[in-house]
Design a protein around this ligand. Sequence first.
Ligand SMILES: Cc1cc2nc3c(=O)[nH]c(=O)nc-3n(C[C@H](O)[C@H](O)[C@H](O)COP(=O)(O)O)c2cc1C
Length: 213
Amino acid sequence: MNVLHLDSSLTGAASVSRLLSRETVDAWRATDPAVRVTYRDLAVTVPPQLTPETVAALRLRSEPASAQGKAELLHINTLLDEFLAADAIVIGAPMYNFGVPTQLKAWIDALAQAGRTFEYTPQGPRGLAGGKRVVIASSRGNIYSTPQMQDKDFQERYLVAALQFMGITQFDVVRAEGVNRGPEVCDAALASARAAIAQLFTAQNTAHETVAT
Ligand SMILES: Cc1cc2nc3c(=O)[nH]c(=O)nc-3n(C[C@H](O)[C@H](O)[C@H](O)COP(=O)(O)O)c2cc1C
């Protein structure tokens, strides 16, 4: 079992999503010694933003003219190959300005390649990268899981939508929300996230919060 462990928070040692993604991977390793983990810190090795040159190269399957374009295309395809090689992915995903950090958005941009992770058919788009399990280690300052707030969540819902588009159907969310609402709410949020992690890898549990497609 190849697990790809990603972090994207910019707050270093203070990061809640980094804490949760690490505890998730540790719990996974503890229950399955066959787990092999590849770690990638998207805040340290930042994926390139798409440019006219790299988009043209991806669309036409051509080689970029500039040295920078060539290096960016190589980086993008390294991210894609790493994703395709993973059986499971743990994504440390903070909410920044209602969405995900730009570094994590750039990772999604690298993966969404026609003919590799999705294709269009007359019936509509079809995902080509299914069969993976995804765990989103989510942290956010406010609370968005209520009916009144969930339409403002462009973080978890975005990640699920983008990865569903690529064919993934099995999602778990380990969530600490309300972490900026003071110590009591933050402590309760962490306890709730840790309880979710403890549930994740029990024998009968294949998906804590499977999202219907
Ligand atoms: C740049 C930035 C933008 C943020 N935007 C939001 C936001 O839109 N909504 C929210 O609830 N919290 C927001 N927060 C708070 C974070 O979601 C919260 O601190 C969370 O713990 C961040 O994850 P991290 O600790 O792994 O970095 C923001 C924090 C930062 C640093």
